[in-house]
Design a protein around this ligand. Structure first.
Ligand code: SF4
Length: 341
């Protein structure tokens, strides 16, 4: 099943925020008369993930995209706002067991696989824990089927993770994630630790599995070129906030937020069209002391006095939702449409 614009949401994130206490130890604070310090890693983020689609969250390191992923799967609790899965608030008592429908794939497959376990036991663990098979024969058959689904052979189940290449280890991670029969996979930079040639194979595998099993993906990446191959919609994050969310085609053809434009202009020109690549300029501000108004204003070529004092709220411009005071003017055709990278 692939998503359509009318697909109902499977995941709804509403006004979610997450603070981390980064204060110095209590005794230091007392001696130095220093206050507690809270770092707001995610600030008032709202979006939906529709059934059967791939929503990508992109942004530079430290923008909060991985924190959003961890908030959704329950590794962190939100400081404000709520996360709904299949219409149920995940903080409510009715949500017990609902998280079984979601699994996470991590960036470093070697770190996320137990090196002392054979692959068959790694893949079988969720089946056993969740009681998804009637006996050990059924577990073994299911493990063999999962290994085949991800492009390995059942005999690979006898080996240990160190006997595989990076790409094969990520295939094992995917098999383990699928073994609990999830509807929703959160993929946190699943290919960024892999060679470029292997990245394409893993992305193709993920797309193929999505079509065959009707999966829904949240895909976290700092790499817009990778995102352009897999995403149906793209959300762009900057300093903990979602600054633009749009259909992938619209976002790559006509980005509205100046930050999205900066990220797209930095993608290498693989089509050799002669367009110059512009490296991302400036630095992400200190999240402990974020800029006033629009957090992007110190790096924005269009910033004015209003941007320095008033925080822009996300508003629809056509089918895109964007948080920028001048997005409407920027979307007014004053920039040539570009091809997808
Ligand atoms: Fe730039 Fe102002 Fe838009 Fe922020 S609100 S992105 S500073 S133009």
């Amino acid at each position: 099943m692939r998503m359509t614009r009318d697909s109902p949401p499977l995941v709804r994130v509403a006004g979610v925020a997450r603070d981390f206490d980064v204060s110095r130890p209590w005794l230091n604070r007392v001696l130095e008369r220093a206050p507690r310090q809270l770092l707001r890693a995610v600030d008032d983020v709202s979006f939906e993930v529709r059934r059967g689609e791939t929503l990508a969250l992109v942004g530079e390191s430290g923008c909060g995209k991985s924190t959003v992923a961890r908030l959704i799967v329950g590794l962190y609790a939100p400081s404000a706002g709520r996360v709904e899965f299949d219409g149920v608030d995940l903080a409510s008592p009715e949500a017990a067991g609902r998280r079984r429908g979601m699994q996470m794939i991590f960036q470093d497959p070697f770190a996320s696989l137990n090196p002392r376990w054979r692959v068959r036991d790694i893949v079988a663990e969720p089946i056993r824990v969740l009681g998804l098979a009637a006996g050990e024969a059924e577990v073994a058959a299911r493990v063999a089927e999962l290994l085949r689904q991800v492009g390995l052979v059942p005999e690979d189940g006898e080996k240990y993770p160190h006997e595989f290449s990076g790409g094969q280890r990520q295939r094992i991670s995917i098999a383990r994630a699928l073994s609990g029969n999830p509807q929703f996979l959160v993929c946190d930079e699943p290919t960024s630790a892999l060679d470029v040639s292997v990245q394409a194979q893993i992305l193709n595998l993920m797309t193929d599995l999505q079509e065959r099993l009707g999966l829904t993906y949240l895909f976290i990446s700092h790499n817009l070129a990778v995102v352009s191959h897999v995403a149906d919609r793209v959300g762009v994050m900057y300093l903990g906030r979602l600054v633009e969310i749009a259909d992938a085609e619209a976002l790559f053809a006509r980005p509205l937020h100046p930050y999205t434009r900066m990220l797209l202009d930095a993608i290498p020109d693989l089509e050799m069209s002669g367009k110059a690549r512009t490296p991302v300029s400036g630095e992400v501000p200190n999240p402990l002391d974020p800029p006033t108004g629009c957090a992007f204003h110190p790096r924005c070529p269009h910033a004015d006095a209003r941007c320095r004092s008033e925080r822009p709220q996300p508003l629809p411009v056509g089918t895109t939702v964007v948080a920028c005071h001048i997005a409407e003017a920027l979307g007014d055709g004053n920039r040539p449409a570009r091809a997808k990278p």
